[in-house]
Design a protein. Structure first.
Length: 766
């Protein structure tokens, strides 16, 4: 693709507006040019505004920036907010909050009959609460891990701020908390939570903890998964990891301790109080997460952050600049103008912005946004009343990253132009490449990086999925390196989606990060060498009689198990190899190009089957059972793009959607289901509109974009991500060297072709 075409892709990814929709429809008008709406103007109508306090944390409003997430609400005449920062993993790989802050003003402005307004100002990335003559602003600095609270009052008031902790003593985690660290499910040891150290120090209130280096889930899993021989070569992200928060402010001094209970969890608080009543108060909470060789070194890092933290005015100004730039990157506006909360199409556009705001709050993180709530989880009883557990709880793990779910959080960042938000997810895999290659060498004796589906932040398998009956110094009863899991055994191909994302960023921007081609090569090498080895071990030949790889044993997602020639695996390998071969010779030289072409030639063809008299894509050539409710036979539509508008045999893919699934449960709108995306890619406009409307409509919670729990947890970020993708695909698709705007299966639309390949021609979408 030439430079001019790349620029066009980038511009189109960054300036799309849809307007004037009749109720229940998704139609489109001309794109809005960058700057056509001032960020403060067009976003203001989407700002969530509450005119009454909340009942509890379940009615909180998210805020944040950098890699800090805040959940804020007013209850009982006080402002409360949880603080989370990416990467705060304890020894068990639970993902812990940094604490809860409670702010009280005396006299209180939150009195009966007084005005009340809580507003998330999206354009500025800050939350403002107004009551009577008081305004409280809350924001996180986009460049430093610092939370700011600013109070302005018409009359002098005294302020009290309390940092609350519920991790007060060392204790065994409860059986009901096992989902916080699924590796321990079935383990012969009981996971243990260490208490935080909290007190008055460093001029304020300091809460800190540091992992015990030789007592982490990493050490447990290395022994379980028979990797002790290479343990010293494996990267351990938990070793030396410490995290905590320091709360302080000018004119504030220690004011004693409090005890209490919030929801179902006892807590202790350490309070700071202003020396005298004032019209203005300022607090900052410095949030430090770092791997160090000692607690003293960690503390020195916290002191540096505190010393160099920007003043509130400077922090606010630069954070506002970042957020306004963020919103100027791309637009999807539905029924722009004044707020229309009674209109479903308007709500879809509003909720798209709200979820994109939540994603933007982790733009600078070392760790990617997690599918199961990101940094926006609260006390679990407000999701499931039976779970009367601490605010640290979340289902589906803390330092465990389910790849099928993570991908849906990150695919929409491509077309929204948020390439920087993709980097933490890419870094996650980049860091783990060596660990993945060591696993391959240890288990199978060949080259390449093997990444599992339920992957710990160290690159090791989740202990529960590996299976405790075959580990912990017991004889292996399954194949080496293969999880003892009915759902995820042999599920190694999800990494191919992230390889394709890396290449797509290059296609959209013209730049591929240093080292990514080597990473992708290692992933491809695993599949090529592994399945050659497996087939040779069973038959004496590396390839079948037609010169193709035999992808067995395999799996089509978690659904079609013990599969031969999984359609997902074939589609992923084909898409990544095709994208590599499309790169210029300066990136892929003749020898490597020949190798990739030869590898692509060994891929087996897709399998097909006739259902209800129609030819459809099969999920695999053979399989022995159906385990889950995904539709892997449509992964050649999304994410891999072998079928769709502008591609051959579109009707085969449409018929696969219509009649090519095996159970009714495979079609759904909740959580990670991709139905709206499939329909948009296939040009099924009415179905895509109906499914997207259901997907992106209000969550049913006070905050409209707190979807879930669906299959996972709340807020369900892969619910929001898949909804964003569906809406984006209705607006713009980029197959090969073409750009389709507002694609439909039938009717009129717009296509742009920028192909420079010999023999290629523009193809107007039908």
């Amino acid at each position: 693709m030439d430079k001019a075409k790349r620029t066009t892709l980038k511009q189109l990814a960054g300036a799309t507006c849809i307007v004037g929709l009749p109720a229940g429809e998704l139609d489109a008008a001309a794109p809005v040019p960058p700057g056509g709406h001032d960020g403060a103007d067009w976003l203001a109508a989407y700002n969530p505004v509450w005119t009454s306090p909340s009942k509890n944390a379940g009615e909180s409003m998210p805020c944040g920036a950098g890699d800090i997430g805040l959940n804020a609400w007013v209850e009982g005449g006080e402002l409360l907010f949880y603080i989370a920062r990416s990467g705060a993993f304890d020894e068990t790989n639970s993902y812990l909050k940094l604490g809860r802050v409670r702010v009280r003003l005396d006299p209180s402005p939150f009195v009966a009959g007084a005005s009340f307004r809580q507003e998330l100002r999206l354009a500025d990335g800050e939350l403002v609460i107004s009551a009577g003559d008081v305004a409280i602003s809350l924001w996180a600095d986009v460049e430093q891990p610092v939370v700011h609270v600013a109070v302005e009052s018409g009359a002098p008031r005294r302020a009290t701020a309390t940092l609350e902790s519920w991790r007060l003593v060392d204790r065994d985690y409860l059986p009901d908390e096992m989902s916080m660290h699924r590796a321990y499910d079935g383990a012969p040891v009981v996971p243990r939570q260490r208490a935080d150290t909290v007190g008055f120090a460093e001029g304020g209130v300091l809460s800190a903890r540091r992992n015990h280096d030789e007592d982490t889930v990493f050490d447990l899993l290395v022994a379980q998964q028979e990797l002790t021989a290479v343990k010293d070569q494996l990267w351990n992200p938990l070793r030396g990891l410490g995290f905590g928060a320091l709360m302080l402010g000018p004119g504030f001094a220690p004011a004693g301790e409090t005890v209490g209970r919030y929801a179902s969890t006892p807590f202790r608080g350490w309070s700071l109080r202003s020396a005298r009543p004032q019209r203005r108060h300022s607090l900052k909470i410095v949030c430090h997460v770092a791997r160090t060789d000692s607690q003293d070194e960690w503390l020195a890092g916290l002191r540096r952050l505190t010393r160099t933290a920007a003043a509130p005015a400077a922090s606010r100004a630069r954070s506002r600049r970042w957020w306004r730039g963020y919103w100027e990157r791309s637009y999807i506006l539905i029924q722009p103008g004044p707020a229309r909360p009674d209109s479903q199409p308007w709500r879809l556009g509003r909720n798209y912005q709200l979820f994109r705001h939540m994603l933007g709050a982790n733009a600078r993180g070392d760790w990617p946004t997690k599918f199961n709530g990101g940094n926006s989880t609260v006390d679990p009883e407000y999701t499931d009343p039976k779970l009367r557990l601490s605010p640290d709880y979340r289902a589906w793990g803390g330092g465990e990253f389910t790849a099928q779910n993570q991908r849906l959080v990150h695919w929409p960042m491509l077309k929204s132009g948020d390439f920087d938000l993709l980097q933490p997810q890419f870094d996650f895999y980049r860091r783990l490449r060596r660990n993945a290659e060591l696993r391959t060498q240890t288990y199978w004796g060949h080259r390449g990086a093997c990444f599992v589906e339920q992957i710990e932040n160290s690159g090791l398998c989740c202990g529960q999925e590996w299976g405790w009956q075959r580990g912990w110094n017991k004889p292996a009863i399954h194949m080496p390196g293969v999880e003892d899991s009915a759902f995820v055994d042999h599920l190694w191909d999800t990494v191919l989606e992230f390889c394709l994302m890396m290449l797509e960023v290059g296609r959209f921007t013209g730049t591929i990060a240093e080292g990514d081609l080597g990473f992708i090569d290692s992933c491809l090498t695993f599949f090529d060498e592994h399945y050659r080895r497996e087939h040779a071990r069973q038959s004496g030949r590396e390839l079948d009689a037609d010169g193709h790889l035999v992808l067995f044993p395999g799996t089509a997602c978690e659904t079609y198990k013990n599969a031969l020639n999984s359609t997902v695996t074939i589609a992923g390998l084909d898409a990544v190899l095709g994208a590599l071969l499309a790169l210029p010779a300066t990136r892929v030289g003749p020898a490597l190009r020949a190798r990739y072409a030869a590898m692509r030639a060994t891929l087996p063809p897709f399998s097909f089957r006739v259902m209800e008299g129609r030819r459809t894509i099969a999920p695999a050539r053979l399989w022995d059972r159906i385990q889950n409710v995904e539709i892997p036979q449509l992964y050649p539509v999304f994410p891999y793009g072998q079928y769709g508008i502008g591609r051959p045999d579109l009707q085969v893919a449409i018929d696969t959607w219509r009649v090519g699934v095996d159970t009714a449960a495979q079609k759904d709108i909740k959580s990670w289901h991709q139905d709206a995306i499939f329909c948009a890619r296939l040009g099924l406009t009415e179905e895509a509109a109906r499914l997207t409307a259901r997907k992106l409509d209000d969550s049913g919670r006070r905050y409209p974009a707190f979807w879930g729990p669906g299959h996972d947890w709340a807020p369900d970020h892969n619910w929001g991500g898949s909804g964003m993708i569906g809406l984006q695909e209705m607006l713009m698709q980029t197959p090969g060297d073409a750009i389709h705007l507002f694609p439909r299966g039938r009717g009129t639309g717009t296509s742009i072709s920028g192909s420079t390949r010999p023999g290629a021609r523009a193809s107007r979408r039908r």
